[in-house]
Design a protein around this ligand. Structure first.
Ligand SMILES: [Zn+2]
Length: 183
């Protein structure tokens, strides 16, 4: 059997005895094999290079069960200071028995979930904007007989949304009522 082929190394036309032959000669075959190996190495090192430039491989970090401070920073995109604060106030705990600080990834997952839930809780749906649903600040001061200073303090404490409209600032009635009933 004779097959007309083009050598994959030197590009010359040649007649092969098998369809699987890739090169015109043993010499070209050897060089072609070497080149292929080299290309594979380059491909592998391209990924290494990317990791080297960035300084980390996020995929590798995600696979880990125990993380260093640096890895937590990269994974959650938070500062070193926040991590140390969380370690100090007990929101995070470090593992014992390691030379440097190690944090369990499951602990981060729990922390993260809590954070998300808390945020959802604070979401307050504003009622439809009409006089029935809102007090102006002045009305609040009149109705509840408070000083603007103490009302300001209460608004801050309870995260009361303030809506400026025209020359007035409005606050949701139901929320303010609840606050004054409880205070
Ligand atoms: Zn050749």
């Amino acid at each position: 059997m004779e097959v007309n082929k083009i050598c994959q190394f030197c590009g010359n036309r040649f007649v092969a005895k098998k369809t699987t032959t890739k090169c015109c000669s043993d010499d070209c075959a050897k060089k072609f094999y070497k080149k292929r190996k080299r290309d594979e190495k380059i491909q592998a090192s391209d990924k290494d290079l990317e990791v080297q430039i960035k300084g980390y491989d996020i995929e590798e970090i995600q696979k880990k069960d125990y993380l260093s401070i640096k890895e937590v920073m990269l994974l959650l995109n938070i500062s070193r200071t926040s991590i140390y604060r969380m370690l100090k106030d007990g929101r995070l705990s470090k593992l014992q028995g390691f030379k440097s600080i190690r944090i369990r990834k499951v602990d981060l997952d729990v922390l993260f979930r809590q954070k998300v839930e808390n945020n959802e809780e604070k979401q307050y749906n504003l009622p439809y904007f009409c006089d029935d649903n809102y007090y102006t600040i002045n009305e609040v001061l009149d109705v509840f007989n408070v000083s603007s200073g103490s009302f300001y303090y209460l608004c801050k404490k309870h995260n009361v949304p303030k809506i400026p409209k025209g020359k007035n600032v409005y606050v949701p009635k139901n929320l303010v009522n609840i606050i004054f009933n409880n205070e």
